[in-house]
Design a protein around this ligand. Sequence first.
Ligand code: HEM
Length: 442
Amino acid sequence: MDTEASPGSLPYLPGTGRPVPEAEPELVERWRSGGGELVELLSQVRERLGGVAAFRLGPAPTVLVTDPQAVQHVLARHPERYVKRSHRARLLIGDGVLAATGEAWKRQRRLLQSQFTGTGMRRYEQRITEAARTTAGRWDGYARTGQTLDIGQEMRRFALDAIWRSLTGHPLDDGTERELAAVAAVATALPTLPADATDAQDAVAADLARIDAVARHAIEAARGGEAGPDGPGLLHVLIDAATERPEYTDRLIRDELVTLLVAGHETTATTLTWLYLLLDQHPAAREQALAGGEGSAQRRQAIQALVHEALRLYPSAWILPRHAAEDDTLAGYAVEAGTDILICPYLTHRDPELWPEPEHFDPRRFTTPDGRPAHPGAYFPFGIGPRACLGLQFALRESTVLLEHLLPVHTPAFHSTPTKAVYGITVRPDGPTPATLVPTLT
Ligand code: HEM
């Protein structure tokens, strides 16, 4: 195709005016009429047209970026030129750090950053370990009675407990857990809701009210000086901030609390669920991970490699949208302000030129030298650049600690396993994951 680019449309090569490769409308139509997942269309676009290519779902084009250099350019080198815009999850997380932009985001990020790194992070390690022990105890019970459990639900329960303890200083109680099921209900509904529809709020109003009630109760308890058995939580840091910084209104404290609950549990839970499904298919990988003795650095590293390989195949935040705030040059193409960009770690992580046999689950990629591409834009399940995941250390720590407790003792024997993935806000298994526990053979 050799059409002249017009302003506000496709990126183009300066000089020749040749536009970025664009998917033919028939390809989009075929995908639409087949009713497939968006990822299938994106995958075809990348395969046919390369690491920077465009497609149109409506009149305006979207540029799909999967090439590592271009990924790094957008997310890490020039994040000020490619911004987040009207986050779909705003309905749920309001002005929390995940959706905030500009100066407000900078201030909010600075406050939370210290909590999630170095000494800040060490404060939460004990809570993570307690949450892992609670899950391990529950699993001992299931194993004794032969009761069926759902691995996905168990992972969600653990991840929610770990973040709830870190936020409030209290273990997750059954009542709060029941009420917070509303978070998953809203998150599942979000991708199908029109971004700015006025009735969108109504569709999830009851669930939002339940979440707000939980948040209000937790904030009141923390404000009342109730520190919880594990000492003050992150929520106390937000409340303390309010004494000197008027922007921390009750609304913003609620938004940050809900943001950390949302961002901090579904992602980890689906990663761990995928890992269990992958290990079911690759039992040798489990044995290799347990080869180092209990508590050894070798075992810890091998378990982390399992988590990384699961995140390579199923990066829970599988798609990262950005919007060009100013004109730029990306991979040689002139990009005009207003262009929509989609970064897709899921596809970059499965690019055969970067990852040999990309569909194959092989944790050794993360334990052997040169086992993985060194480019930061080739593997980025937590994003890269200033908006990268705040909870990276937290997520890796909680996953490793939980698996150190569970893997050597219990192995799920699945009754059935989902055959497909759903690509919503996170990429998750399409269906329940019932299992009974059998002793791990080593
Ligand atoms: C395996 C688990 C996790 C994965 C794969 C993951 C992935 C990501 C990714 C890719 C981003 C960047 C989004 C973008 O650039 O558009 C992000 C942002 C974020 N994550 Fe995570 N995350 C995980 C766990 C957590 C946890 C446990 C927490 C909190 C305790 C957390 C809190 C956040 C927050 C607050 C942001 C927004 C940062 C900002 O915009 O400044 N995440 N996460």
